[in-house]
Design a protein around this ligand. Structure first.
Ligand code: ADE
Ligand code: ZN
Length: 348
C-alpha cells in the first residue's frame, strides 16, 4: 500500500509514538545513562573524574563529533563484566520497546573494551544474552552489529574481527564509526572485503561531518548496504540520484546532528528534504543518553521543528523496516501492524 490511511495532524505526536518502527543506528555504549555509569562505577570500583550524576550530565555540551567521543569513551570505561554489558543492553531494549521499536540493530564498539583488557567474549555474550532475553520477554527483535573504530588501523580492525569470529553467530554485521574526518572508508577496504566474504552485513558512518566523497567510497569501496547519517549527501546531486535509484538507506539521527552542531538547529535539519528527494531515510537515536532523547524524542522533535506530516511518518516507518536486515516475513508483519495503527488513528 503506497498511500497511508489519512490521519489528522492533531494526532501526529500520538501517532509518532504509537507507530511500530525499527531502530537501525544506536550505539549501545551511547545508551549508558549517567545514573547507570555511576552505578557500574561503584559496583566495579572504577573512579570517575566527575563528582556526581549532575556534574557528568552537565559536561554533555558538545561542539563537534570529537568533543563528544572523548566523553563517550570515558563513560564506557565502567563496563567490565558480562553482566554490565547485559544490564546496559536490557535498559536500552526496555526503553526501545516502550517507544514501540519492534526491531533494533545495535552497534557495539569492542575495541573500546578489549583495549582495557575486557575480553571479546565478555562483551558479545553479555549483549547477546540481553537481546535474547528481551525478545523472549517483550517480543522486540534485536541483533548486533560490530563496529570498527576508524581512528585505529585496519590491522587492528582485522585483529578485532579475528577475536569475534568464534562468536560469529551472535552478530549479524559490521560497521565503521568514531572520528570521521581524516579516516576515509578506503582505509578499511580489505577488512570489509573479508567481512563480505564471510557473509556479514556491512554498514558505515559516512557524511556525518565528512564530505560526500566518503559516502561514495563507503558504497563503492566498502560495499556498505546502508549509510549511517549520510546527511551531507544533499551537497552532491549525482550522489542523491545514486542513493535514490539504488534505494540505499540512510540512518539519520536528528538530535545527534543538532547536539554535535552538524546543523545549527533542528528546524534546519534536512531530513524532510532527504525524504522529499526520494531517499530511503530513517530516524534513529545514535547515542540517546548523550543527545537528549530516545527514538520517539527524535521523531517528536524533528517533526515539530520541520513541519513534517503523517505521510512522512508513514514513509519513515516503512523505510525503517525495508532498511533492516530482519527476515522478510518479519518485515511484512511489521508493515501490517503499521497499517493497523494508521487505520486506528484515521478513524479518530
Ligand atoms: N560513535 C558513537 N556515536 C558516534 C557518531 N555519532 N559518529 C561516529 N561514531 C560514533
Ligand atoms: Zn552513530
Amino acid at each position: 500500500m503506497l498511500v497511508p490511511p489519512p490521519v489528522d495532524a492533531a494526532h501526529l505526536p500520538a501517532l509518532l509514538q504509537a507507530m511500530p518502527k525499527a531502530e537501525l543506528h544506536i550505539h549501545i555504549e551511547g545508551s549508558l545513562e549517567p545514573e547507570l555509569i555511576f552505578e557500574l562505577a561503584e559496583r566495579n570500583g572504577v573512579r570517575l573524574p566527575y563528582a556526581s550524576v549532575e556534574a557528568l550530565r552537565s559536561a554533555y555540551a558538545f561542539s563537534d563529533l570529537q568533543s563528544f567521543l572523548d566523553i563517550y569513551y570515558a563513560g564506557a570505561s565502567v563496563l567490565l563484566h558480562e553482566q554490565d554489558f547485559y544490564d546496559m543492553a536490557r535498559a536500552y531494549l526496555a526503553r526501545a520497546a516502550g517507544d514501540n521499536v519492534v526491531r533494533a540493530e545495535i552497534f557495539f564498539d569492542p575495541q573500546t573494551h578489549t583495549a582495557r583488557g575486557v575480553s571479546m567474549q565478555t562483551v558479545i555474550q553479555g549483549l547477546h544474552r540481553a537481546c535474547v532475553d528481551a525478545q523472549r520477554e517483550s517480543g522486540i527483535s534485536a541483533a548486533l552489529i560490530l563496529c570498527f573504530l576508524r581512528h585505529l588501523s585496519e590491522e587492528e580492525a582485522f585483529a578485532t574481527l579475528e577475536q569475534a569470529l568464534p562468536l560469529r553467530d551472535q552478530f549479524i554485521g559490521v560497521g565503521l564509526d568514531s572520528s570521521e574526518l581524516g579516516h576515509p572508508p578506503e582505509k578499511f577496504e580489505r577488512v570489509f572485503a573479508r567481512c563480505r566474504e564471510l557473509g556479514l552485513h556491512r554498514v558505515a558512518h559516512a557524511g556525518e561531518e565528512g564530505p560526500p566523497a566518503y559516502i561514495w567510497s563507503a558504497l563503492d569501496v566498502l560495499h556498505a548496504e546502508r549509510i549511517d547519517h549520510g546527511v551531507q549527501a544533499l551537497k552532491d546531486e549525482a550522489l542523491v540520484a545514486r542513493l535514490a535509484s539504488e534505494r540505499v538507506p540512510l540512518t539519520v539521527c536528528p538530535l545527534s546532528n543538532q547536539k554535535l552542531c552538524v546543523f545549527p538547529d533542528l528546524a534546519r535539519h534536512n531530513l524532510r528534504q532527504l525524504l522529499d528527494a526520494g531517499l530511503c531515510a530513517t530516524v534513529n537515536s545514535d547515542d540517546p543518553a548523550y543527545f537528549g532523547g530516545y527514538i520517539n524524542d527524535n521523531f517528536l522533535q524533528v517533526f515539530a521543528a520541520t513541519g513534517m506530516t503523517p505521510a512522512h511518518a508513514w514513509q519513515l516507518a516503512r523505510n525503517s523496516f525495508q532498511a533492516s536486515f530482519a527476515p522478510e516475513a518479519d518485515k511484512r508483519a511489521w508493515e501490517v501492524r503499521l497499517k493497523s495503527v494508521f487505520s486506528d488513528f484515521s478513524g479518530r
